[in-house]
Structure formats: structure tokens, C-alpha cells
Ligand binder design. Structure first.
Ligand code: AMP
Length: 325
């Protein structure tokens, strides 16, 4: 825990009358939950301040957490404090106007590959950015306020980013903070129903992925969701991207990849257990966490190269390590 950085951020929040919250594009539950959760805490604690969420896109699967604020005038950024959460690099911030803010704070749990902002609080061992927001609240709870709405946003991000509290980044502290949020009062029935219930077509797509998935000699499982597949099942980019999680429990397949054809290239989602894939993602201009990364490739040739690199990495890992499954 980094009390010094947290205190600096709290002091900055106190100093500014206007605060604008930002996150990464193609947001996930953690990016949405952490920004909405901190916004709600700040609104409850400082009703006299103006607090805005200004982002350019949204995630369908966490739409139940609510909408964004209407866009505000550009002039309002100039004397605002910008707080960017869950975003490793400047390029990934969804709203480029963050740079108009007077000062910028970065709060993140990704492996740091780039610094931005005058103040940073980065803890890569945290299971989610939401866990950091929960810790922030917990540290200053004598002066900050929370309610069930804020707790639900934050808890939703903790649940989704930790694979339902399954990943090795989950610590005793994660569970203590989650417990603190549950005590505030969260309707977990509704939350989990929103997270798990899928449309019929998504199950049909899932079964198709199992028919089409491939595996390399050393055990890298992968699926390429091309345009034809997206059309066949009437998939949004988000639906197509979900395919990576369908491959997550194949024995001996410690690395699994989903390639999604998009207008901006082939989006790659890299996932693993035991073995780290962040260096591989970084080789292709991406990044993320040790076992969950993203990148983009621009041709089938590059896609094949990445698969072959992943295969080599897994072969090396298996020959040098024991105890994996
Ligand atoms: P995704 O597969 O898009 O969910 O990404 C997995 C993790 O890696 C998330 O925490 C993302 O924020 C992060 N990530 C995805 N793409 C990139 C990228 N191009 N550069 C850095 N981090 C990324």
C-alpha cells in the first residue's frame, strides 16, 4: 500500500473544485466500476465540487452499471483535476481531452510501461483498479463517504477483473476490501445475474468456438474470429472478444489466444496461467498484466508469428518448470 501517493491524491482532490474522471477505451468492468465508484464517493463526500465522467465509449456487458455523463465544454477542462484510472499508457486513454486538464493523476494496476500525469499511484500487484479505489476509501474512511451504489460499482470491477476472485493477484487484502464493500450493502443476486446471463446466440457462438479452436504442438489454444463468424452469429466486437474466456480451462494449454478481426486490425487477447505473457504482448506493441494482455496485429502473417512465438514460449516454460496443469 502506498500511503504517500494516496495522500497526495486525496490532497489534490481537496484542492480542486472540478474533477474529471477518465479510463481506457474499450472499457471493461474494472475501468467502468473504478471511475463510477470513485465519482460516487467524491460526490457523496464533496457535494460542492463538480465531478464528471468523460469517456468516449462504453461496454455493453456492464451497461447495467449506468450511463456516462453528457460531454462537457472544453473550457471546463482547463482548471480541472483529471484522474485517469486503470490505464497504463496515454494512448489508451479513451478521451484525449484529458491533456487539457490542469493537472493529471494516474491510478493504475497494470505493469507500468509508461508514465503520464504529474502524480501517479501504480500498484501492479493489485487484482483490480477497483481494489485500489476500495483501498483508497478504506484508508481515508474517516473523511470519505460511501453508499451501496458506490460499493456496487467497485465490487463489480473487483469481481470481473479478478476472474470472480480466482486469479493469483487476489490477496487477503482483496477479500478484506471486498468484505468491507459487502457490508455496505450490495445486491449480489442482481449483480451476478447481470454478469452471467447471456443471449441464446452467444451460447451458439460458444459452441462454434469449441468446434473451430486450434491447438499448437506445445499447447497454445487459439481461435480466430473472422468477419464471417461475426456475421454468422451477429456478434458485436464485445461478443466476439468474449471468446477468449471459452478457452480458459483446457488441460496442458497454459496459453490461450483470441484473434478478433476489426476495422483497426486484428485484436489479440492473450491469457495464460502459470506462465507470463506480457513480454510477448509487448513485442507486438501491447501490454497488460502477467497473465492477461492485449495487443493488435495487422496481418495474418503477423498473427501466425505471434502464435508461433507463444508456442515457443510455452514449450520453453514446460521444459523448464514442473507442477503446471
Ligand atoms: P484485453 O484482452 O483487451 O481485455 O486486455 C487484457 C489486459 O491488458 C487489460 O487489463 C487491458 O487493459 C490490457 N491491455 C489490452 N491491450 C493493451 C495494449 N495494447 N497495451 C497495453 N495494455 C493493454
Amino acid at each position: 500500500m502506498n500511503i504517500e501517493n494516496m495522500t497526495t491524491i486525496l490532497n489534490k482532490i481537496k484542492e480542486f473544485n472540478r474533477i474529471i474522471l477518465f479510463r481506457h477505451f474499450r472499457p471493461d468492468g474494472d475501468a467502468v466500476g473504478s471511475t463510477k465508484g470513485l465519482k460516487r464517493i467524491l460526490e457523496l463526500t464533496y457535494p460542492e465540487k463538480e465531478i464528471y465522467l468523460q469517456n468516449t465509449d462504453y461496454a455493453e456487458y456492464v451497461k447495467f452499471l449506468g450511463e456516462e455523463d453528457e460531454p462537457i465544454a472544453d473550457e471546463l477542462y482547463a482548471d480541472a483535476l483529471g484522474i485517469v484510472i486503470d490505464t497504463a499508457t496515454k494512448e489508451r486513454i479513451s478521451n484525449k481531452k484529458f491533456s487539457l486538464c490542469k493537472e493529471v493523476v494516474k491510478i493504475d494496476h497494470h505493469i507500468p510501461i509508461q508514465s503520464y500525469g504529474a502524480y501517479e499511484w501504480v500498484e501492479e500487484e493489485r487484482s483490480s483498479a477497483c481494489e485500489m479505489i476500495a483501498a483508497f476509501y478504506d484508508t481515508f474512511k474517516s473523511e470519505l463517504k460511501i453508499d451501496a451504489e458506490a460499493a456496487t460499482y467497485i465490487y463489480a470491477g473487483m469481481v470481473t477483473d479478478s476472474g470472480r476472485f480466482r486469479f493469483r493477484s487476489v490477496s487477503g487484502e482483496t477479500m478484506r476490501l471486498a468484505g468491507m464493500l459487502l457490508d455496505v450493502g450490495i445486491d449480489t443476486d442482481t449483480l451476478y445475474a447481470n454478469l452471467y446471463i447471456k443471449e441464446f446466440k452467444n451460447f451458439k457462438f460458444e459452441s462454434y468456438v469449441y468446434r473451430k479452436m486450434k491447438i499448437t504442438d506445445n499447447g497454445v489454444a487459439y481461435i480466430y474470429v473472422d468477419r464471417a463468424m461475426q456475421k454468422k452469429f451477429n456478434l458485436s466486437l464485445e461478443d466476439a472478444s468474449a471468446s477468449v474466456s471459452y478457452l480458459d480451462s483446457i488441460k496442458d494449454s497454459l496459453i490461450w489466444l483470441a484473434f478478433i478481426d476489426t476495422d483497426d486490425g486484428i485484436r489479440v487477447r492473450l491469457r495464460s496461467r502459470f506462465v507470463s505473457v506480457n513480454t510477448l504482448a509487448e513485442k507486438y506493441g501491447g501490454g497488460g498484466h502477467a497473465c492477461a494482455c492485449g495487443a493488435t496485429v495487422h496481418s495474418k502473417k503477423e498473427m501466425k508469428q505471434l502464435i508461433s512465438d507463444a508456442d515457443e514460449l510455452l514449450g520453453k516454460y514446460k521444459s523448464e518448470n514442473e507442477g503446471w496443469l
